[in-house]
Structures are given as C-alpha cells and as structure tokens.
Design a protein around this ligand. Sequence first.
Ligand code: ATP
Length: 541
Amino acid sequence: REAFRDAVKTVLERRLFYIPSFEIYGSVAGFYDYGPPGCALKQNFTQFWRQHFVLEESMLEVECPAVTPEVVLKASGHVDRFTDLMVTDVVTGDCHRADHLLEAALQALLDGKPKPLDTQERQAVHHLLATVEELNVKQLGDALEQYGVKAPETNNDISRPFPFNLMFKTSIGPRGDQVGYLRPETAQGIFVNFRHLLYSNGGKLPFAAAQIGQSFRNEISPRAGLLRVREFTQAEIEHFCNPDAKDHPKFQSIAREQPLLFSRALQMSEEKQPQAMQLGDAVSQSIIANQTLAYFIGRTYLFLLRVGINPKRLRFRQHLANEMAHYAEDCWDAEVECSYGWVECVGLADRSAYDLRAHATKSKTDMSAYEPFPDGSRMVDVLVAAVDKREEKKKLTGRNFVPSVIEPSFGVGRIIYCMFEHCYATRKGDEKRSLFHFKPIVAPVKATVFPLFAQPTFIDQAQAVAALLTAAGLSTIVDSTGASIGKRYARTDEIGVPFAVTVDHQTLEDSTVTVRDRDSTTQVRVPIAEVQALLTELVKG
Ligand code: ATP
C-alpha cells in the first residue's frame, strides 16, 4: 500500500497536480496548491458536478462569502459545538486528536498487527469518546478493558482531552469590533438565504439549492495529503422539503439503476461487507429512512462512477446515533477505499429542520413554508390564546411548517485524491511507464497534438488542429519537442490525456490525422474536418 501511495504521489507532485503550499518558506501543514493539470482537472470535476446536480436536478445555485459573522455560526451551533477532542503532549507540546490516539492505541493492540480499523472498531472508538467523559489515559485503559483489550502503556505526559473548536477566528472591519469566522461548511450561506430562495421558487417546496466553495477547518493534525486539510472545496446541496413528504418523484427511476453497496453500521460485520443491495430494497427494508435521502445516495453513486471511482471500492455506510453530527437525524457516508483505508468522501445527512429553526429563533425571521392540504380544507386545532393555551377548531386550507433539509455534502479534494489512486496504473510489461486512466470528462487535457517531426510544416499543421479543438472547448496541448513519439506518448499518458492526435506525412497529402486512444492504444485515421466532432463526442463519454 505504501509503495503504491508513494509511486502515485511522486507522479502527482512531479507533474504538479498538487504541491504543498508556501513551499519555499517551509510549507504549513494542511495546505496544498493545485498546479496546472490539478487545477484543470478540479475545474472539470466541479463543472461536471454542476451538470450532474445543479443542471440535471434544476437546483438554485448561490455563492456566499467565506467570512461569516459570529451570530450566524452561533445560531447554527458551530461556535459552541464544532469541536474535536484534543490532547497535548506536555513534554513536546504536540497536539493530537483524541480519537486518532484511541485508534492508534486500538491498532497497536490488534495482535500486534497494525491495520486500519474496521467498522466495529471505529464504532467502539466513537462510543468511547461519547461515553468516557473527561477521558484520561487511565480511564481510556479501563474502557478498553471493557472491550476485552489490554490497557495500553499509561503515559502521564499526555494531557486530559479537551474540546478544541476547529474554526479559524478573524475580525471584521477596521476597528475589528465584529467577530467573524471562516466558514467550516458552505451550507449556512444557503440556510440564511432560505426566504429568498423559497420566493424565487414561487413559494413552492420541494426545491434544492447548491453551493461550491472553500471551507476552512483548523484541523488538529492534518495528515494524509489532500484527505485532511485546513482549507478545502466543498460542493453542497440543501434540499428543502415537507418533513411529512420525503418521497421523491424520480426515486423509482434511480432505484432501477445498478446495485449499490450498503453497510449498516454495527449490524453487519466487516467480513460480510460490502453487501450488495438494490437501492429500492434498502428503502423497503427501512435501512434508508426516506426516499429523498435514498435518491441522493443513488445520484451520488452514479456521479462517483462517472468521475472514475471504482465501484468495487465504494460503499455507503450509515452512521450510528452517537456518531452523527449534532444536527443530523440520519446520516450516510459514501466511503471510498484508497491506500489510507476507507475514507468518507461524501456525507449525506437528513438535517431535519434543525438549521432553519435555529436561524428563525436567532434572527427572528420567519423560516416557514406554506403548503395547501392536498385534499382541500380541514378542521384543525388552532391556538387562539397563548396564555391559557386555549385551542379551537378552525377550518384551514393548508399549513405552515419549517422544512426539513436533506444534505449531500461533497469534499472535492477527497474524491479527487481517491480518483487519482483508482485511475493510476502502469503499462503492461513496462512498470516504469505510469499513466492515469482519467475519465475524459475530468481529464485535465483532452488531447495532445503531435507533429511527427519538429519541422515548421508539421508544427503549423498541428497548431491549426489544436486551435480547432480548443475552439470547441476541448483543452489541448501541442507537444512539438523533438523527442521520439513513444517518449511523447509516455509524457501525456502520465498526466492522463485520453486522446492523442498525430500530424504525419499523410496529413500533408490528404488532410487526415491519426487519433490514438490512451487506454487501448488503438489508432484510427480521420479527416481533420471530423476530428473536432469525434473528440467532442468521445469526451462526453
Ligand atoms: P471527518 O470526520 O473526516 O473529519 P466530517 O464528518 O467532519 O469529516 P463533514 O462535516 O461531513 O465531514 O464534511 C463533508 C465533507 O467535507 C466530507 O465528506 C469530506 O469529504 C469533506 N471534508 C471534511 N473535512 C475535511 C478536511 N479536513 N479536508 C478535506 N475534506 C474534508
């Protein structure tokens, strides 16, 4: 695993997919720059995300500031509760996440065979964190013994765990008298705009709003490259619906799609996982409580496959009650397996009416929606006098309620990193020649145009073909270096360019070029006049 990870990382860094930020000043943990191919790939990724969700699901898109005044995050609960438990090493001053230490302790105890924790072990960690209040090393040892494992060496140099708030604090204005935070999620920008969005949707539910943007978390110990960083791009959807009507009109169509892999936390042992189950079955067995959440799980599954995640290394796992965020009613993670183990890449949560209610109370703004009763008017108990809680029957034609929210939350960098690993390979028979099998839709460059020889006639013709492709929105590079064609193919394979167009002697005679497919290495000859249409079609996939 580690050798594989190092091999991938070497190519990614050498070809500038991503690199540690501020490198000439020694870097700061948890920050990365995307270089030219990384940037292009990330743009393509978010563009396709917009296509798959915002456009195909008719969502309302917003873009809100990252700097957020304290009152918003106070209302949402983040100022008080967006914390991880931290311990400090009193000797070295190093800080650690308490659950990561617990994981490490558990790992060391597993017959001396360190391995990533399985679902049950991870659940045990969450359980320990939830139950062992004011955890210290002695208590940790005792608690572990309850789980039938020997206590680890006690280490008196470690502090008691204490909550550490992950938000970056800042101040707003020249006098700095207004406290602000860099947002830890993009969702709150959507919630505070709920009234505008409802209005622009004609006052009707359900509807969804989406936002792609930067989020910031001052992670205690950033690690694992792009997987745990302090600034990252999130793509989030907030789907607002009637809490009593979580059916989804397009559910049946998605339920017929390929099987999805579901694992229900704790109920299924790791050996049995992943268990293949149709989405429809999962809903009818009430493993997934509502259709809308299930629908988004299905759409997420299809999205991840389309961008190049290997379906055999993808599963959906339900959270246990003590693992869920403070606002969640039900939560499923899309987990992807990579060299670091199973990684949460998308969180799909039923946030109920938690956020809208919280903002309604704090801002004294009406966050309710109105819906007529489907069966006409009804007699309803209405509070007529608040003092003595007197109720009277009244005839009403509909009701006001605070909508529920179903939220799919995508971590762009995490998915991209897993995609890098899943798409990485070496050419058969030549282990030194690496390539990325990127799906054309996300590939940073769609085609490389090669003049067979570095001579003006070939180069000019290659530039003309490249211009044709660029004009059609197909990002293209021209490799007119004098290296052999084999070497040049190897170079574009290494950044995962799906197609190569070669201008050769015959081109000068009959205006045709060869088009080579990266994965099969087969070539076809096509007229220049048809190259643009052909590649446009192939890139769509
Ligand atoms: P974790 O438990 O791994 O810290 P989380 O449960 O706090 O993650 P969410 O709050 O559900 O994560 O965030 C939604 C998504 O944002 C995650 O599924 C993940 O893809 C991404 N994400 C969260 N934290 C980070 C981070 N520090 N670096 C990169 N991506 C992140």
